[in-house]
Every structure is written in C-alpha cells, then in structure tokens.
Design a binder for this molecule. Sequence first.
Ligand code: GAF
Length: 385
Amino acid sequence: MTLSATELSAAFTARFGREPAGIWAAPGRVNLIGEHTDYNDGFVLPFAINRSTAVAAAPRRDRTARVYSAFGEGSLVSADLNELSTGSVQGWAAYPLGVLWAFEDRGTGVPGLDLYVDSDVPVGAGLSSSAALECAVAVMANDLSDAGLTGPELAALGQRAENLMVGAPTGIMDQSASLLGEEGHAVFLDCRSREAELVPLDLAGSGLTLLVIDTRVSHEHASGGYASRRASCEQGAKEMGVAALRDLTVKDLAATAGVLDEETFRRVRHVVTENARVLAAVDILRTDGPGKLGPLLNESHASMRDDFEISCPELDLAVETARRAGALGARMTGGGFGGSAIALVDSSAADAVTAAVSDAFAAAGYATPAVFTVLPASGAGRVEG
Ligand code: GAF
C-alpha cells in the first residue's frame, strides 16, 4: 500500500462520508521457481513480497457494492450484489467484485460494502497485483461476514473470481502465496493436494539480495498465450494418458518424445523438468541455503525461453545482463510474455547489476526498467491501527 493506515482511512472517509470498519491488506508475490506448473497439479515455490494492496471497507445496509480505486485517474464502480454473475463485470473491478460474487455463489452471504483500494504492487509486472487485490477483498469479506474460511479456501475463491469473472484461466499459485506467505519464508505448495509448507528463505542473513527487474512490457493473462500454453499441457497429459503433467517424471520424457508432436513435447518437457527443479530448490533451501539456487534459476529461464516459449527479448536481456554483471542466477517470473525477471545477487553486487541492466536496456532502445529489491513478507490479513 502506498498510504499509511491513517491516510487510507481518511481517504475512505473523504470518498464515502463515513469511517471504514477496518483495513485489510494482501501482498503481491514473486515466484522463486515453478512456472506454469500450478495448473498441471504440480509444485510451486513463490513468496509473498513486501508490496501490497490494501482495502478500507465498511458494510452497507443495502445490497450495493461500491469499489473505488485511486489507481490512474481514479474510478468508482458500483454493482448490485444480487445482479452479479460470471462475466458480468468488466475491467479492474471484476477482481474485487468477482470475489464478492464467489462468496455469494458458495452460499456465504456478504453485506453490501463500500471499498477503497490502494496498492503499491505494480500492475502488469508479473507480481500478481490481481491476486493481491482478490486476497485483500477475500480476507475483508471473510472477517465482515464472519465466514471463518481458511487461507486455502480463500485462495480457491480468489482463483474462482479470476477464472470465472475476469475470464483468465490461471492456477492457484498467486492467491496461495498472497494468503499463506510468511516473513523470511517461501511457500512450497503441492497444487494437487493443496498442502503448503513454509521453507526458510533468509536472503539478508545470507548476504543476498533479490532484485526484481520490471521490464515494463505488460502481460495479459486473459489473452492468448497463457491459455494456449495451458491447452497444450492438457493435450499432452491426455495423449500420455495421465490425469495431469504432474504424473510424468523426467524419466518418462524419452518415451513421451515418440508420442507427442515436437511443440507439445517441448511444452511438456518444460513442466516436467520445472517440477523437478522446484523439488531440488526446496532441498537446496533446506540444506545449503539460497546462495546455491543460481543454477536452478538459470535452467528454469532457459526452459521457459526455449521449451515453453513464454519469454520475450526484454526478459532475456534482463536475465543475461544480470548474470554477466555477477548475478548468481536469474529468470523471468510469473506468467510470462512480459512482466518481470528476478536476479539473485550478492548484496554487494546489487548496484552493479542494477546499473548494468539499466544501461543494457537504454542501449537496446527499450523502456527504462524499474529495478527494485523485494523481501519475503507476511500474507494477507487485517491491518492494525
Ligand atoms: C500466472 C498465474 F496466475 C498463475 O496461476 C501461474 O500459472 C503463473 O502465471 C505461471 O506460473 O501468475
């Protein structure tokens, strides 16, 4: 959130003419490793970041939901809770109103609401600004309706809002990271069983910095690329006779090559090897610590660039330049086709890597990237004070 709790409360009052009942916030996420594995029932290792979306809220006596976002020129969207149905809201308000719809749709009634949204999670940067907004609304609605839903249940509601109201066929990773994250930890999630485990990720204590390089190339999950990769994975699983690509191991790949067409084989190879890399990364974090993750990050990027084909020239330049300037490892993070790369660096090299990436982008004629540090932070909840 960009505003303090006091400022957000005052902004709510200025907009709606009364005090909010409370403020709730949910973080964006960086995915350390495990890309496009979540909707294949696989493994992911994201962490909640120290950038969040906050919602000041107060219940209303009627069935109206009004949601205001200060983002851009500011906009207020109003809807009748009784009229919400899949696809009935367009634009940014589909995320918050989609969550309220998902509550109602499962039989958990929510009150009419006034909401004021504030965020410092960059939009379109692959850091899950959408999940942050969904999860902030989800924890708020959970509290104000006394529903008592668990983090995994709220994550599923956020995903449902995104799939059915927004129309983006995304998986469960982002909402899980935003809800289940803890300071100093990554969230190791089995997307089939939905079991989550916190794995220590002590960057500062290891003398490391994790840089996010936002290429400013915007991505859009509701459009073609993401959905077509998901369709290829489902096709591959079907042709291999498994419920999901999670059921294939690296040893199965040789046999797979003879069955699938060349492109589907590469899509499948990415998911199967990426799952293995997540498991290896968890082992490394538990034994050697984050300083040894570099090679896995690099392999993951190559797999996304060459096999899954979801990188872009700006992401590749960010990753290659960061490595040449001394990063231990780097990869694109998130859904791809733009957004951000991450670079794991010795803290002493952070400035040099940042400068090298900025220079390389200028030399290539690309927009100036935003390069900043993130830390593993706590998940969504009520903001005190
Ligand atoms: C996006 C989606 F929302 C996630 O579910 C996940 O599939 C990710 O892309 C790729 O790993 O963030």
